[in-house]
Design a protein around this ligand. Sequence first.
Ligand code: AMP
Ligand code: MN
Ligand code: MN
Ligand code: MN
Length: 293
Amino acid sequence: MSKIPDLHTHSTASDGTLSPAALVQRASAAGIETMALTDHDTVAGIDEAAAVAESVGVTLIPGVEVSVSWGGRTVHIVGLDLDTSCDALLQGLQGLQSYRVWRAEEISRKLAKAGYDGALDGARAYAIGGLVGRTHFARFLVERGAADDLRGVFKRFLVTGKPGHVAGEWTTLANAVGWIRAAGGDAVIAHPARYGFTRSKLKRLFAEFKECGGRGLEVVSGSHSRDDYFVFARHAAENGLLASAGSDFHGPDNPWIELGRLPALPDGCRPIWNASGFGRAAAPMGGLLAASN
Ligand code: AMP
Ligand code: MN
Ligand code: MN
Ligand code: MN
């Protein structure tokens, strides 16, 4: 049986550790037929990924993961099947990239106060594609012995209330969905279980998202538990959203799931890849999980 598409992955164009080419090669070796490259706030890796995808026979969906501020939190919106030459999209992403430059300087200043000098240069050394994120600071801090691993560094330095935390001031939900739609793409709410929203806040998010023209919800995600798959499959059905699936793979050394290990969507989900007709691996709906649960 063919594998379900993996519609959420990262490369060195943002905070992944594999180049776009190496990522696609690894996905191909793992048996993935359809995948999206969805780097944070940039589409810079798409051309390289698409060229390799074509040569190895993988269907590459051009994507992005847009940083949004909503409800006092950072929410990630994945855009799929984009025209990466769309001006509205590129200008929007450019604004987020500029904010990242400012935020990186701010994080670096804060870390200096906490006793870690040179964090900006240290983080930049890991940011191969030029876009700096917290993961790059985390790698620098691990190198400096601030904690044993990325998780430990995030917990002690980079999340709310910690010495290197800067509250994100990203774009609005309406802007993010608008740019994605302007580029002919489909907007999907990434890893909804990660935000810690109450049921009523989730309802509000889904309603606003749909009002803006959003279409999908990541039901199966590398950062979801098995229970989450079913909880969000129900949310998708109740709120008229299509279901998406993505590993959120950041590289072989990252804590998230490995490529090619995504389970099928739970029964009753409407897969976004069928509804939108991208990819050729129109996997049968659900079955596996539901049967073994
Ligand atoms: P940024 O968009 O620069 O604020 O960074 C967000 C990224 O940091 C996420 O996409 C993850 O890759 C990474 N991240 C967030 N929280 C953690 C964590 N607890 N452990 C490891 N990586 C994390
Ligand atoms: Mn990331
Ligand atoms: Mn994310
Ligand atoms: Mn991601």
